[in-house]
Design a protein around this ligand. Sequence first.
Ligand SMILES: [Zn+2]
Ligand SMILES: [Zn+2]
Length: 74
Amino acid sequence: MAILYRQCQSCGNYFEVSDPSDVEEYCSTICKTEYVRCINCGNYFDKPEDFIEGDFICSAECGKKYKHTSNSGM
Ligand SMILES: [Zn+2]
Ligand SMILES: [Zn+2]
């Protein structure tokens, strides 16, 4: 059985996936719970305590840019 690697959605490191059907996207539970990625600039940030699953935008500036880019594509 081939060893699979997947890129962590949080820290960007590659980690081993033992089960191909496993949909795990994070290398560790720490990455899963502690960080979120800004959908505009792609940087990682500490997850805000009040953050609910979904798109994360790190700043008002990124929010403006992101809206601008997504609107122009529609
Ligand atoms: Zn990670
Ligand atoms: Zn950002």
